[in-house]
Write a protein that binds this ligand. Structure first.
Ligand SMILES: C[S@@+](CC[C@H](N)C(=O)[O-])C[C@H]1O[C@@H](n2cnc3c(N)ncnc32)[C@H](O)[C@@H]1O
Length: 243
């Protein structure tokens, strides 16, 4: 899979401390519970799987998992958790998806779809997902709501330590971007990663899903302890036709 962008370098350093900062065992179980109610079939692709916490939980629930991520460093952490070695991990770009199999369901969790920086990129993602799903298969993902611009009107700053590695996390919003600037201080550091997440209108997403052969519904968060209520849309797209 070619065409990896400069953004590939994102998560190169953050991978080192990602779980310590973002790890949320309870949240992963709630997410998996929501997925169990919405996924179809057995063969699941976890797109942008990151450090694989959700991938492992889904595998433990009995699904057959493939995890794909663009960051080798995030995948290294994910692989270290797969003690049974029965998850297939692939390093690749979800915007240029060409795997040798198709899936019953595809998941893309925790605002990974927000890394699509244009409607054209979203279109490429949905096109690739369509190609890798059986007819009637589902694609479940979450997506930042535009209310996040209000939430981060005032920039947010956090500093902390993970072992002997220090970090600073700055979040600011500049429509349509939610920008995370993460500085990591360790031996041989500091390094800074800038992650830009894009928030397009829900209506645009829905139109692109329909153009790419999906019908869609919003998953009711209230059934899942208000999973991401008022922060992210939980979207279920069902493949109705090839494109
Ligand atoms: C916020 S993390 C979420 C990781 C994981 N899904 C989770 O629930 O913890 C976003 C992930 O998206 C990955 N990512 C971003 N752009 C990508 C792309 N174009 N193709 C594949 N992975 C990508 C990053 O490397 C990172 O691991």
């Amino acid at each position: 899979m070619g065409g990896l962008s400069e953004k590939t370098l994102n998560y190169q350093h953050l991978a080192l401390i990602y779980d310590a900062i973002m790890g949320d065992t309870e949240g992963v179980l709630r997410y998996a519970n929501m997925l169990q109610d919405n996924l179809q079939g057995h063969h699941i692709l976890d797109l942008a799987c990151g450090t694989g916490d959700l991938t492992v939980v889904l595998r433990d629930l009995g699904y057959q998992l493939t995890g794909l991520d663009i960051s080798e460093q995030m995948l290294d952490v994910a692989k270290s958790k797969d003690k049974d070695g029965n998850i297939r991990y692939v390093c690749g770009d979800m915007l240029n998806l060409h795997l040798d199999m198709i899936f019953d369901s595809i998941v893309c969790a925790n605002d990974s779809v927000n890394y699509c920086s244009s409607l054209d990129q979203l279109n490429k993602l949905f096109e690739g997902v369509n190609r890798h799903l059986i007819n009637g298969g589902v694609f479940v993902f979450d997506y930042h709501q535009s209310s996040r611009f209000i939430e981060f009107e005032e920039p947010f700053d956090e500093e902390g330590m993970v072992g002997d590695v220090g970090y600073g996390w700055h979040i600011e919003s500049e429509f349509p971007i939610l920008r995370h600037t993460i500085t990591i201080y360790g031996s041989g550091y500091p390094v800074t990663e800038t992650h830009e997440q894009f928030i397009f209108e829900l209506g645009e997403l829905q139109r692109l899903l329909e153009d790419n052969g999906f019908r869609w519904e919003i998953i009711d968060s209230s059934k899942y302890d208000d999973l991401y209520l008022d922060e992210k849309w939980m979207i279920k797209a069902i493949k109705e036709r090839e494109i």
